[in-house]
Design a protein around this ligand. Structure first.
Ligand code: ATP
Length: 208
């Protein structure tokens, strides 16, 4: 099974990296592919280019076994719809089971994703939850996909929804960008190499 973890990664931080590593171990994934979007369809366009965000991701995971920076959305024109990404990955490796990894906050907006129902035609979906979270008021089509044991992820190659408890770090890229713009110290929220890159390229500075 391969994990697929998409995001803006503007910039990538330890909240992303720690949960990617944890999910990989908990579900016994062969690898987790971190996939920065080129044009996020559901939010404002980032002012840092996709190539820069990808470069930061590469620096962050250099040498981290089982984490892969995947540029497939960068090379595809138009908005970066996850359903297209999953379709393309599945077409390349039809024998692989794909597990789409999404954060609890992103999951709350899932029904606004382009062709969200079709995500389950290509992958399972795993939602990373904080300890104690209980999913309530799920869309009936999501409810019927919920499994009670992650072992079931290996019994079918697509279509299940699993809520995985992880130790989520309360770190967000928004806060990091704000901190840097304010001239603050963002050390230990993200890898040092990424911070060096941010400084070298003058990213996230306040516009004066
Ligand atoms: P921003 O603050 O700009 O919205 P972000 O920190 O939420 O960014 P994204 O790149 O938008 O990061 O998120 C990519 C994915 O990572 C989403 O599924 C999101 O829910 C998840 N995620 C973000 N931060 C964390 C965190 N601290 N722990 C676990 N998952 C996270």
């Amino acid at each position: 099974m391969i994990g697929v973890f998409g995001g803006t990664f503007n910039p990538v931080h330890y909240g992303h990296l720690r949960t990617a590593v944890e999910i990989k171990a908990l579900l016994g994934l062969e690898q987790v592919r971190l996939i920065p979007c080129r044009l996020p369809p559901h939010r404002e366009q980032p002012d840092v280019s996709a190539e820069m965000r990808f470069a930061m991701l590469q620096l962050a995971i250099a040498g981290a076994e089982g984490l892969v920076a995947d540029r497939c959305e960068l090379d595809r024109p138009g908005p970066s719809y996850m359903v297209d990404t999953l379709r393309a990955l599945k077409a390349k490796q039809p024998e692989q089971t794909l597990v789409l990894i999404i954060g609890g906050d992103a999951f709350l907006g899932l029904e606004r994703w382009h062709q969200w129902r079709r995500l389950f035609d290509f992958a399972h979906v795993v939602v990373m939850m904080r300890p104690g979270f209980v999913a309530s008021d799920l869309h009936p089509e999501l409810q019927q996909r919920v499994i009670v044991d992650p072992c079931h992820l290996r019994q079918s190659s697509v279509g299940y929804l699993w809520f995985q408890q992880v130790t989520q770090l309360d770190i967000s890229a928004t806060r990091i960008r704000q901190l840097i713009a304010d001239g603050g110290d963002a050390r230990f929220l993200l890898p040092d190499q990424v911070l060096v890159f941010i400084k070298q390229h003058g990213l996230y500075q306040a516009v004066s």
